[in-house]
Design a protein around this ligand. Structure first.
Ligand code: SF4
Ligand code: SF4
Length: 361
């Protein structure tokens, strides 16, 4: 929900040391998740408790992206029961719990926007859309790359803010709070907030603080990639980058724009009349993802599966949704890959490879 009006009615300044109190205050009334430390160096989106550490510095991308909270790894879609005298009973299971995702970075914000489009256009997914409708997003800008694996600027994610309800920018010891929706305005209430009449000096200050260049860059602009990759079907690059692949599917599971799923029916043997239909995450890098009836697998080789994954991110979905990239450059797939396979290097190699180079089965 967008708001009308100028910046003066929707921007505030809050002291950095008051943010933790504000987020915890929200968590007393709502279900709020925030990226918090897990283990020695990792971060995970976890529920905010009174004891939670809420800070925006020293961030490392979470293992699972925040958008995965809108599509759980396993969820019951509906329950059914046979009826001897009428049509069977079907009861949809929809999760309408109100939730706040706080501390979402611009790359993950773009991923949620892309998933909104996937779940709205064509076949609309009521399970995703019900959760999304009840989710408010507090995003936070990045002024430095998270680490060497990310390439958000190259994928056009770095400056994303369109679908945030509140957008925060850290500036020295204060934070610029921009409310971009009515729901966002409702969250930014209290003594901590000072009205900001003119956001421009703060935005200029943020740009001066932002690292330049920001992380890794592709050899060509993002808009050129779909056409270049469309020509690369039989390239040596596909084989080269799966030499050590375990086909574990981790790259799919942590990706904020992978959304393939499997569906199973669980029949209740106790009563013989009822059951549930459940969806679970699936991934195109898993060997049996492309297995069909009769046992035929139309992508039996890891190189063919890698080709499908990359083409989906930079060609197929780009063409379908008129968006140059469905990879948001978060680097999660490379970070989690035991074989250190990096989609940025694959794409860069495809660009330098140029024309077809026969090899892949
Ligand atoms: S995470 Fe790495 S090893 Fe596992 S399937 Fe993906 S590319 Fe292969
Ligand atoms: S393909 Fe890798 S870098 Fe791109 S969005 Fe998915 S996890 Fe992030």
């Amino acid at each position: 929900m967008s708001i009308k009006g100028g910046d003066s009615v929707r921007a505030f300044i809050i002291r950095k040391n008051a943010v933790s109190d504000w987020i915890k205050h929200l968590a007393r009334k709502n279900s709020v998740s925030f990226p918090q430390r897990a283990g020695h160096s990792g971060f995970r989106f976890k529920p905010v408790l009174e004891t939670s550490e809420i800070q925006f510095e020293h961030y490392r991308p979470t293992l699972a992206p925040p958008g995965k909270q809108l599509t759980p790894a396993r969820e019951v879609l509906f329950k059914y029961r046979k009826n001897a005298t009428a049509d069977p009973m079907l009861e949809s299971v929809l999760d309408s719990q109100a939730r706040v995702l706080a501390g979402v970075r611009p790359c993950d914000l773009k991923a949620i926007d892309l998933m909104d489009r996937v779940n709205r256009e064509g076949f609309s997914n009521p399970h995703y859309l019900t959760r999304r409708e009840n989710t408010v997003i507090i995003a936070h800008d990045c002024l430095q790359p998270c680490d060497a694996a990310c390439f958000c600027a190259a994928t056009g994610s770095l400056h994303w803010r369109a679908n945030a309800d509140v957008f925060l920018t850290s500036l020295d010891d204060e934070i610029l709070v921009e409310c971009l929706s009515e729901r966002g305005i409702a969250l930014a209430q209290g003594d901590h907030f000072t009205l900001c009449e003119n956001t421009e000096p703060h935005k200029k200050r943020a740009e001066a603080l932002r690292t330049q260049p920001f992380g890794r860059q592709f050899p060509v602009p993002l808009e050129q990639l779909p056409a270049i990759i469309a020509k690369q079907w039989q390239s040596r690059v596909w084989e080269k980058h799966v030499e050590h692949c375990f086909s574990c599917g981790s790259c799919n599971m942590v990706c904020p724009t992978c959304y393939c799923f499997n569906v199973v029916d669980d029949f209740n043997l106790a009563d013989g009349d009822s059951g549930t239909r459940t969806s679970t995450w699936d991934g195109c890098m898993l060997p049996n993802f492309s297995e069909v009836a009769g046992g035929h697998n139309f992508r039996p080789h890891p190189a063919a599966r890698q080709r499908h994954r990359v083409k989906r991110k930079f060609e197929y979905l780009s063409q379908r949704f008129q968006e140059p990239g469905f990879c948001i450059g978060c680097g999660r797939c490379a970070r989690q890959c035991t074989a250190q396979i990096d989609i940025f290097s694959i794409v860069s190699d495809l660009v330098s490879q140029g024309e077809n180079d026969p090899c892949v089965p």
